[in-house]
Design a binder for this molecule. Structure first.
Ligand SMILES: [Zn+2]
Length: 252
């Protein structure tokens, strides 16, 4: 679909290329637009969710975050790593390098390497502009739908709907929306390269996802937020295993 949308977007500057994978993607949000949405969303979260005062947790997240940030190229990034005090097993990176780690995920990451798996993966979503891509694809589909149904649909209503989707990138709800399977695989792959370049053994990614699977089973099927947005199946772990030799070659 990205190729067809790229043809439609010719001349509008609506296409970009994902670093590390070279995949062409449809994206008409500029980095500046996405970064400012990320910033306002992050500021909103910092007002609404308590921030951890645990010095060990803060130092750990800061250390791993800075190491990962030092090996990625995220245009216009103003890196910030915040530990949110919440039992939820949760983590994200917004456009512009705004990283949130919930204390509830730390018993599952367990170690510095485990945390590097999560931060590497989340930072990869931001570097690959997955949020902006999702919004762009949704808006393109809605626009196509509104053209097809032009006789039935009120144009201004369709425009309003598309605008609300774009605005959604800056809201908390959008952070919680799942990425596509292909975006998840891309972030897994890029995250392995990042953690390896930062000096962490990417093999820990297999252990982390297995621990998360066990955590999920222990919590009696009440699938945590992180697994709703990052669906875990055997394919995911097999893919990660198959990428390990390539990723380990990136270690310093
Ligand atoms: Zn993900």
């Amino acid at each position: 679909m990205a190729v067809a949308l790229c043809v439609l977007a010719l001349g509008a500057g609506g296409c970009s290329t994902v670093s590390e994978t070279g995949r062409r993607q449809f994206n008409f949000l500029s980095d500046e637009q996405a970064n400012s949405m990320g910033l306002s969303s992050f500021n909103q979260m910092k007002e609404e969710v308590p921030i951890s005062t645990n010095p060990q947790h803060n130092a750990l997240v800061q250390r791993v975050g800075e190491k990962i940030a030092s090996v990625v190229d995220l245009p216009g990034a103003q890196w910030e790593f915040v530990v949110f005090d919440s039992e939820e097993a949760n983590a994200f990176c917004l456009p512009g390098g705004k990283v949130g780690i919930y204390t509830g995920i730390l018993p599952i990451t367990q170690s510095e390497e485990g945390l590097a798996v999560v931060i590497g993966h989340e930072v990869a979503h931001a570097v690959a502009r997955h949020g902006a891509e999702r919004v762009s694809n949704q808006m393109a589909l809605q626009t196509a739908g509104s053209i097809i149904g032009a006789t039935l649909q009120n144009k201004s209503a369709a425009t309003q709907q598309a605008a609300s989707v774009a605005y959604g990138l800056g809201s908390q709800l959008a952070i919680a929306l799942p990425h596509s399977r292909s975006q998840e695989a891309e972030a897994d792959y890029m995250g392995l390269l990042y953690m390896a370049r930062a000096g962490y053994d990417p093999g820990e990614a297999v252990n982390f996802w297995q621990r998360f699977s066990e955590f999920n089973q222990r919590s009696g099927g009440a699938t945590p937020w992180f697994l709703r947005t990052h669906p875990l199946d055997q394919t995911r772990i097999e893919n990660i295993r198959s990428w390990l030799p390539e990723a380990r070659m990136q270690m310093p």
